[in-house]
Design a protein around this ligand. Structure first.
Ligand SMILES: Cc1cc2nc3c(=O)[nH]c(=O)nc-3n(C[C@H](O)[C@H](O)[C@H](O)COP(=O)(O)OP(=O)(O)OC[C@H]3O[C@@H](n4cnc5c(N)ncnc54)[C@H](O)[C@@H]3O)c2cc1C
Length: 382
């Protein structure tokens, strides 16, 4: 399932929600424990908030639960396009890897744009993860009537599992994706970021947070998404409390998926949208829908439904601890790969893993132990 090249690239890139974040500001993410740093425990004053940093309390005794999700990872990049589908129009919007929450409004805006000139204003949307829900809302805003057909309601989707940091990372393999895709990604990121920024507030579960990205290599350029991270500042070896050479301090948005998805569902219903629980087994099933404009927002489901063998599950495992209001920031980096801590109102999330081709759905005790011990080490100087 996973070819050798993919494995090699995974190693080279340290793929995962956080580690790619580092590469996008022009440096390689930390992949080893320490850099020989000798900083003594000290009160670190955070550059943006000017507040001292409080370390999270991490212990196996306080785990609330462990969860697993499969990122719909397409090394060539996500698919947004339309095709003639018998006597219907079918718009695809799937394959967003580890960045689907971040890209949602943007990717869905590009998808909806595919039928901007349609005289028919009634659509069937297949899938009710973040792509299906944002597609539905954008269509409604443009005056469409929508019905969402889905195997599972949002609470049981990959979208609900996501940590929710705004960052379009681990979305594609830059060695395999085309220039046209990279430009589409920038476009989607820009629209999505602008939309989320206008929705900040507890009603949609969106807030600005300080983000600390720990890296060993000195960041040497701006990176393609630098513009979306206000107050970015690189802290040198003795200017931060993490066991890496450098740390990038910036601001980002955190989207609490539990609140965000729930709110989108109620908005869709408020504007007359309907949800139908239905699993599609093949394309004949899809042809049987009465609507003549269809949106495919099935994420990983597109592999079987549309024979897209280019899409893989990238297994992610998260450890959830109770929320801790004193820890009001996010970190990415450290450990042996994909380590991150997102402090949310519902949980403190410790991640994670990024395993392309792994279809297993159970949390792995060995990964939980690694995430806990590496996280403890990561925060040990605070
Ligand atoms: C551990 C983890 C952490 C993540 N962290 C982040 C993050 O911090 N930031 C970020 O931006 N992204 C993150 N992501 C990625 C993000 O979760 C995904 O990119 C995004 O959820 C994909 O959304 P989607 O709507 O395409 O797919 P899904 O959420 O999987 O929704 C697919 C929908 O299609 C339906 N469906 C599928 N097949 C069928 C079928 N045959 N018939 C009917 N319905 C069907 C499903 O029931 C579901 O409703 C993370 C993912 C994981 C797993």
């Amino acid at each position: 399932m996973v070819n050798k090249n993919l494995k090699r690239r995974e190693f080279l890139q340290g793929v995962g929600a956080g580690t790619l974040a580092a590469s996008l500001v022009g440096c390689s993410a930390s992949s080893s424990g320490t850099s020989g740093k000798t900083l003594a425990k000290t009160a670190f004053q955070r550059p943006f908030s000017r507040k001292p940093m409080v370390a999270p309390k991490i212990s196996a005794n306080n785990i609330v639960t462990e969860i697993v999700g499969h990122r719909p990872y397409r090394p060539e990049g996500f698919v947004v396009n339309s095709e003639v589908f018998g006597n219907k129009t079918l718009v695809h919007n799937y394959g967003h890897g580890g960045g689907g929450i971040s890209l949602s409004w943007g990717s869905s805006a590009l998808a909806v744009n595919e039928v901007a000139n349609s005289e028919i204003k009634e659509a069937a949307i297949i899938g009710s993860g973040v792509m299906g829900l944002t597609t539905a809302r954008l269509l409604q805003e443009a005056g469409w009537k929508v019905t969402l057909y889905t195997k599972a309601m949002p609470r049981f989707t990959t979208s609900q599992v996501a940590g929710g940091e705004w960052g379009p990372y681990s979305v594609h393999d830059p060695l395999l994706s085309s220039l046209a895709f990279k430009s589409q990604l920038q476009q989607a990121a820009k629209i999505a970021h602008g939309t989320f920024a206008k929705m900040v507030g507890s009603d949609y579960g969106i807030q600005w947070k300080e983000l600390y990205t720990a890296v060993n290599t000195k960041p040497d350029d701006e990176g393609p998404f630098r513009q979306f991270y206000p107050y970015t500042q690189v802290l040198g070896p003795n200017e931060h409390p993490f066991p890496t050479n450098y740390c990038i301090s910036s601001l980002t948005m955190l989207i609490e998926t539990t609140t965000f998805l729930r709110r989108l569902v109620s908005d869709i219903k408020l504007f007359g949208g309907e949800f139908v629980i239905r699993e599609f087994h093949d394309q004949d099933d899809i042809h049987s829908l009465s609507q003549s404009v269809l949106f495919n927002c099935t994420g990983l489901g597109s592999r079987a439904l549309f024979n897209d063998e280019g899409i893989l599950p990238a297994k992610g495992q998260l450890v959830l601890l109770p929320p801790d209001p004193a820890v009001d920031y996010l970190t990415v980096g450290g450990g042996t790969g994909s380590l991150y801590m997102f402090s949310r109102n519902d949980y403190m999330i410790l991640g994670g893993t990024f395993k392309p081709g792994d279809w297993s759905t159970e949390p792995e005790p060995i990964e939980t132990a690694r995430i806990l011990s590496e996280s403890q080490a990561f925060f040990s100087l605070i």
